[in-house]
Design a protein around this ligand. Structure first.
Ligand code: ADP
Ligand code: MG
Length: 476
């Protein structure tokens, strides 16, 4: 679960965006809430004025919804509580606690999300048993999952497990880099089994598992027994991001015991991880040997065609038309992380909704500029920067990294340092090291280039062009 702080930050960012969209005056008039808390897919606020709530629902629910989705990359519901009634605006009885129920700004999809409690058990028992694991996202189903060369094996295994849990491939261990579809796939197993069988499905993250474990340790024996029982009665136990258990020996031990109980009872287990089992150095060997004892499958970075198909699939669900050249733009610029691609798409659809304008290649380029220049996405290395700058100035890599103080070499060196510091997350020390210098040389280079930019109006454009070339060289 994201911490309250993240939710709070999201709400702050949402407010900033809305403020600039609707203007200072309306903003300060209506956006008067106290932040209460944040959960996975909901932000709770409070206000003492029912009128504020009414106005927000009537006028601003869409913009709030869209902005939060754009920023978070997923649907987030907003829940506004009325804390106390002011004498002049006394709400009617039924409205006192949740004034937002009728015209509430939360997206319908969020409301329909399944909870593990809902999906894990036969209907007749649902009200009597309660499973407090994490909710499944209703959109994370096989039907929405594009099969490509990067994940076909993993998808087939996941489907086999969803259809015949506990029979083969136990445990299924899905691994791969960030934002490549692991959570979607593991939840698709849960959603499928919940819909098509009477299995008790429990989905959680290793982080949540650890937190619950710690909580129940603190609360005493009864709580600990409840915790153990909860996970051990699963027919299908899905644990996301198992690497989180590194350096947490007690949680590892607890999972080890849970594992043994479930395995002996032929219950299905699925784990996801950001790397292969062999690289989980800080998890006890007896646990990793079990994690890897079923079927390990990996999800790799998708090729261009698959990335394209994934975006098309997402566009189908949003219903907002996006031209092919814009899809192409996103797929070309974002190559290593599907989540980032979708965030870019959400930014555009959010923009289209807010401005009621069609998305064109030019608006997409403008709107996504910052995302595309993020060095994290492009994986820009200092080597690439130095190579490109050297090449563009007709000198060699050795020249640019060397000791020569001639102007035609010093200037490109300064530019390379300046760019490295501006588009990567490397420190001045690290950049200095690459050029065989200390951090103060990098600071000095930066000052030089900044001065040049002030003196020469074309300098900025020249640097932006160089950055463009570096980015092109960095896209695989
Ligand atoms: P991970 O858990 O590996 O970090 P997620 O499962 O959260 O990644 O995926 C990130 C986003 O990308 C989600 O919105 C997910 O639906 C989407 N996604 C990833 N792979 C695919 C795919 N093959 N088809 C459709 N959507 C995908
Ligand atoms: Mg994930």
């Amino acid at each position: 679960m994201p911490k309250t702080r993240d939710g709070k930050m999201l709400w702050e960012e949402t407010k900033t965006k809305i403020k600039s969209a609707i203007g200072e005056q309306d903003f300060s008039r209506w956006f008067k809430f106290d932040f209460v808390e944040a959960a996975q897919d909901k932000i709770t606020l409070s206000t003492s004025s029912k009128m504020v709530v009414d106005q927000i629902n009537r006028r601003y629910s869409r913009i709030i919804e869209t902005t939060m989705r754009e920023l978070a990359g997923r649907n987030i519901a907003l829940d506004i509580h009325i804390t106390s009634e002011s004498p002049t605006q006394k709400p009617s009885k039924g409205d006192e606690k949740h004034a937002t129920s009728s015209e509430h700004p939360q997206p319908a999809k969020t409301e329909k999300r399944l909870s593990a409690a809902d999906i894990g058990e036969p209907v007749r028992e649902r009200s009597s048993k309660k499973i407090a694991a994490i909710q499944l996202n209703e959109e994370f189903v096989f039907d929405n999952y594009v099969i490509g060369e990067n994940n076909a094996f993993a998808v087939n295994a996941a489907k086999a497990v969803a259809m015949n849990p506990g029979i083969e491939y136990n445990p299924l261990f899905i691994y791969g880099g960030v934002g490549l579809g692991k959570t979607h796939l593991i939840q698709a197993i849960g959603n499928y089994a919940a819909k098509n069988s009477d299995c008790m499905v429990i989905y959680t993250t290793a982080e949540n598992f650890t937190n619950e474990f710690i909580d129940s340790t603190a609360k005493g024996k009864q709580a600990m027994n409840d915790f153990k029982r909860k996970y051990r009665k699963a027919d299908i136990l899905l644990i996301d991001d198992i690497h989180f258990l590194e350096r947490k020996p007690q949680s590892q031990e607890e999972l080890f015991n849970t594992y043994n109980t479930l395995y002996q009872a032929k219950k299905q287990m699925v784990f996801t991880c950001d790397r292969p089992v062999a690289e989980l150095k800080q998890i006890a060997e007896r646990l990793t040997s079990r994690l890897g004892s079923g079927l390990p499958v990996d999800i790799q970075i998708p090729l261009y065609e698959t990335r394209y198909a994934i975006l098309q699939k997402k566009i189908e669900t949003t219903g907002i038309p996006i031209p092919d050249d814009v899809i192409n733009l996103i797929c070309k610029n974002i190559s290593t992380n599907v989540r980032d691609m979708i965030a870019a798409l959400n930014k555009l659809t959010g923009y289209a909704k807010l401005t009621k304008k069609d998305i064109t290649l030019a608006t997409a380029q403008q709107q996504l500029k910052d995302i595309f220049t993020s060095p994290k996405l492009l994986n820009v290395t200092i080597e690439t920067i130095a190579q490109v700058i050297a090449f563009e100035h007709g000198i060699t890599l050795n020249d640019i990294r060397g000791k020569n103080r001639k102007k035609q070499i010093v200037t490109p060196r300064h530019i390379a340092m300046y760019i490295a510091h501006n588009i990567t997350e490397l420190s001045t020390t690290e950049i200095g090291q690459f050029f065989g210098r200390d951090h103060s040389s990098v600071t000095h280079a930066e000052e030089k280039i900044k001065k040049q930019k002030q003196e020469n109006p074309y300098e900025e454009e020249r640097i932006q062009n160089l950055i463009k070339i570096i980015k092109e060289q960095s896209v695989k």
